[in-house]
Structure formats: structure tokens, C-alpha cells
Design a protein around this ligand. Sequence first.
Ligand code: GLU
Length: 450
Amino acid sequence: MSYAQEVLNRVKTNYPSQVLFHQAVEEVLESLSPELDKNKKYQQNAILERLVVPDREIHFRVSWVDDAGKVQVNRAYRIEFNSAIGPYKGGLRFHPSVNEGVIKFLGFEQIFKNSLTTLAMGGGKGGSDFDPKGKSDGEIMRFCQAFMNELYRHIGATTDVPAGDIGVGGREIGYLFGQYRKLTNRFDGVLTGKALGWGGSLVRTEATGYGSVYFAQEMLKARGESLEGKVCTVSGSGNVAIYTVEKLQQLGAKPVTISDSKGMIYDKDGIDLALLKELKEVKRTSLEEYAQKRSSAVYTKASDYKAGTNGVWAIPCFAAFPSATQNELSLEDAKILLQNGCQCVSEGANMPSTIEAAHYFIQAKICYGPGKAANAGGVAVSGLEMAQNASMTPWSFEVVDERLQGIMRSIFTNASQTAAEFGEPTNLVLGANIAGFRKVANAMIDQGVF
Ligand code: GLU
């Protein structure tokens, strides 16, 4: 049995219920095999065994009082995975599906993603099974404050720097930061995704979506193609999806779909960005209203999607941007996309394609940008926010956007050159995983065993 297989089996035996964590580990370890065969030093140093067990897991209870005066209790986590190349860095997810396995899958991915950004950031992730949907501002604030009452003792600008993820945006970062400042009497760059007036970075809000489109552009450019004039499909309607739509439109492409947990919009005239922003950023309401306001749009309920598929991927497109959540694109979806002529998939979400769907894209040799490469723009601009905080100097929009484009370009170059080294130049899963791994593994070897 190979070294990678042995470690994967051990992960499955040790944590039988953490299926998303198994999936994330499997996806990375299966691509590392050629590199591990070439370099026995990794096995000698037990690098895989050390990588799959986080440095530290913090589990805590969050008790808070709702608007009716009732005490509510949620489970919360911060999992500090690996800090060999920089402080732990990664977002917080507030969603009812959050559990230890979800945060471990995200934290594990983050190690390699952050390594690919070229910046000095380790991997970590956190969150809670708290559901922000339908909560008042006051409830969100009290929950965030209660969450920080425990988290503050574990984080720091050079230790662990959380940010947003699903369910955590500018509003939540504000309440979390305020409570951190109150508890510690310090104004540190301890969270990223802050508002512009108090330490935030320009382009951070847009960064994941813009970055995913820049990554698609790089993949296509290498094949003499572009996004201009092309029909694109986008899933999700959160921060990543909104700014994917925005950048696609700026580049002259035509995004025609968006979705949320309840259903999807197909707008044949192209998504109305102002309406999307109003519904999701201001009113925080469901997408059903979009179709009521636009006659060119059709709304389909998620319960009406064909079994085992996501309705978004049934719409013919040149490029697809999965920007909602994990496993939102199945093998069946992948087949439908390619049958309809899709030539490019750039993942704005974390692990949106199932392992089978990813294999299908790789075999078909389409432009396939796996999440840890394609969506690294968000955390990359978080790294730039940390740099601005450390130097106490804000940078202009143009400077940050140019750095973001440069980082996405270098991730593409690094992943494709590494893939070419192993004789599979179009396999960016292989390239991204090996390139991300090498930097972290070598840092661990340099720094010794402890
Ligand atoms: N949650 C984002 C991600 O999955 C951003 C993390 C960050 O900015 O630290 O990479």
C-alpha cells in the first residue's frame, strides 16, 4: 500500500464520521503520490501524518440571549491546522451544518491554498452551527460578542488571524472586532475583512469573486481563449458569487444564473447586478423576489431540480463558476456541463465539485481551476490587509487589485508548471496540491520535529 493510502486509511479509521474531511484529505493525498514516490524525505519525516492532525483544536460553547429573552446555546470551533509558513489564517463559517468535520475539511484545504498565495500564512478555520438567517442585528451582535468572549484568548495578529466565510461578512467582523478590542484593549490586525474606516483593505470584499474570474482568465489565456462575450453560469448569491458576476460583466462576459439554498435564477438577458446586490446585501432576502422584478428571469425551486443535480449546471454555458458551497456539483452535473459545451470551471467555493466530478473535468482536459487555487484571492487580499495593518498604511484600490491579479497569475503559473513537471500540464489539481504541499512540507522539515 502507498504511503498516501496508508495515511488516508488511518484518517478514515480515526475519524469515521468526518466524511468531508476524508474527502478533502483524499483529494490532496491522491495527487501527492508522484511527489512522495520521488522524495522519500517526506515519509521519513512523517509529513503526511503531521499534516492531517491539526496543531490545535479549540471547541467551545457560545451562550447568548435572543430577542425573546431566551438563552440560546451553540457549538463553536477554531481549528489551528498548521503554522509552518505563517500565522494560522482562515475564515469563520456560521451555518447550521458546521461541525468538527466541516471545519477540519476547510482548515486542511486552507493550508495548501494559503501556501499557494505566495504570502506568509498558515492554515486554520473556525465557525459555529449558529444560523444567522432570520436573526436580528441585535441577535447577531450578541452572538458575535459571546463567540469572541472565548476566541480572543487564542488569536493574535502574528498568531491566528480569522476572517469571514459563509455567514460571516463585514457586519459580523465588525461585532467580533469590537468585542476583541473591548476585551484586550488592543487595536490589532487580528481579523481581516474589516471595514475601510478601521483597518480594512480595499478590494477585500470583491477579492474572492474577482480572483476566481482572474484565474479563469489565466487558464483561458494559456489556450488562446477569453471570457469576452461568453455566457457564464454562477451558483450562489453570497459575497463570492456577487463579485464573480461583477467582474464577469466588467470583462464583457454574460453571467446568466445565481442561486441560493431555496432555488435559482436563470436570467437570459444577464444578471441584474444592482438588483442582486439590493436583495442579498441590503435586504438579505431570498432570490424569489428577483424573478418578480425582472421579466427576463425564471425562478426554479431547488426542490424542482432533477434528482442528484443542481439546476444551475443544466444551463448551457462556456464557463461555470461554482461559488456556493461544498459538493454542489456532482458527476452528473459535470457530464451535463460538458455535454452543453462548457470549457472552463473555476471554483469560487471550497470543494464545490465532488471527487468524481473533479476527475471527470481532469480527464476531459477542460480548464479546471480547483478551489484552493481559483478561490485563493480572498485570503490573498486578507494577507495584503495584514501587511497594510502592520505598516499602518492603506493601499489604493489599484495597488491591491494589481497585487491580486499578480497573485492569481503566479498561482496559475506555479500550478501549471508543477503539473507539467509530472507530465500532466493541464492537471491543475495535481499542480496546485503538489506546489502548495512542497512549500509547507519543506518548512516543516527545516524547522525540525517537535
Ligand atoms: N474564507 C475565505 C477562504 O475560504 C477567506 C479566508 C481569509 O480571508 O482568511 O479562503
